[in-house]
Design a protein around this ligand. Structure first.
Ligand SMILES: NC(=O)c1ccc[n+]([C@@H]2O[C@H](COP(=O)([O-])OP(=O)(O)OC[C@H]3O[C@@H](n4cnc5c(N)ncnc54)[C@H](OP(=O)(O)O)[C@@H]3O)[C@@H](O)[C@H]2O)c1
Length: 289
């Protein structure tokens, strides 16, 4: 994710320095004009540091190393991390006079390449206005949702919706197939209809040709559904579809389907319906390229 985001900034002519733990992965960015640095501390003097790693522990580690060498004017944290982690990071950064925006994203690396990444942002409005032109260069715009860690909740809501949508998409695709039509024909109709979306289109090749190359693991999706259910309990909001989807996902993980893409929910739905699925080997568009 971070590579594709940095590539867009560099191609847009921004003066950027890039650090990645495995430097070799970032080196090709130099051909687009980025300065690929060896030490995290070299980012300390920059105006804005964008952070895109894995978990909150990783965020803490990398931001800690930047702060050990100085302080940027602003940190924009884009990884999917918890509300609590984000609040702790805000306290650390604001305590040192560094502005902080929580800015998780929607999209995968292919979506970024296609210029369709979106950000949901929270933190001081003035900081958002300063960062906004760069967010715009990385994707398809950003949505400001308010102060503090609200963007983290928005991202949890987004992934709760993602869980319910993929399960529903798998159910109707199997229903259509069992009634006698090829998956690609049904999904072609759905994608052209008012119910079609960027998501249904880019998941279509996986559902048709059973290519479950991972874009997001079932365990990570389960984590986000759990975060959503926790928030529902705390705020007293019933989330019945989320509860059912979480259980279906748990069943799938229990059956050992945990390392491929979360779209393997299709295989579970097929098994439960007495269908053995085969790839249709049909070239279908993902709507991105
Ligand atoms: N993939 C998606 O579709 C997607 C969509 C939305 C949000 N996200 C979120 O975006 C974040 C990044 O996801 P990704 O798909 O880019 O993950 P990824 O391909 O696994 O890349 C993780 C990146 O973080 C670096 N990293 C991890 N731990 C680190 C540490 N302790 N110190 C320094 N660097 C560390 C890795 O460096 P190395 O190269 O050295 O390993 C790599 O650059 C995650 O929070 C994820 O949940 C992902």
């Amino acid at each position: 994710m971070g590579y594709a985001m940095a590539e867009r900034l560099a191609r847009a002519g921004c003066d950027i320095a890039v650090w990645n733990r495995t430097k070799a992965k970032a080196d090709p960015l130099a051909q687009h004009g980025a300065n690929v640095v060896r030490e995290l501390g070299e980012l300390a003097g920059r105006d804005i540091v964008f952070c895109m790693v894995s978990t909150y522990d990783d965020v803490k580690e990398v931001i800690g190393k930047v702060l050990a060498k100085g302080k940027p004017k602003m940190v924009v944290e884009c990884s999917s991390i918890s509300l609590e982690g984000s609040a702790e990071l805000r306290k650390t950064l604001e305590g040192k006079g560094v502005q902080y925006l929580a800015a998780p994203v929607s999209g995968n690396a292919k979506v970024i390449k296609a210029g369709k990444l979106t950000f949901v942002v929270s933190g001081p409005k003035a900081a958002y206005e300063r960062a906004r032109p760069y967010l715009d260069k990385m994707g398809n715009g950003s949505s400001y949702v308010g102060e503090g860690e609200l963007a983290r909740i928005a991202k949890i809501c987004h992934n709760v919706f993602l869980g319910a949508v993929i399960q529903s998409l798998c159910e109707v695709t199997i229903l259509a197939q069992k009634a006698g039509m090829p998956r690609h024909a049904f999904l072609d109709f759905l994608n052209k209809s008012v119910m079609g979306s960027m998501f249904t289109r880019y998941k279509t090749p996986a559902l048709v040709n059973l290519d479950f190359h991972v874009t997001f693991t079932p365990r990570l999706l389960r984590k986000d559904l759990d975060l959503g259910l926790d928030a529902g309990r705390e705020l007293e909001v019933p989330l019945p579809l989320t509860s059912i989807t979480r259980d279906l996902l748990q069943q799938m993980i229990g059956h050992g389907l945990s390392e491929q893409d979360f779209a393997t929910l299709l295989l579970m739905q097929a098994r439960a319906s007495g269908l053995e699925l085969k790839s249709e080997n049909v070239k279908v568009s993902d709507g991105l390229s």
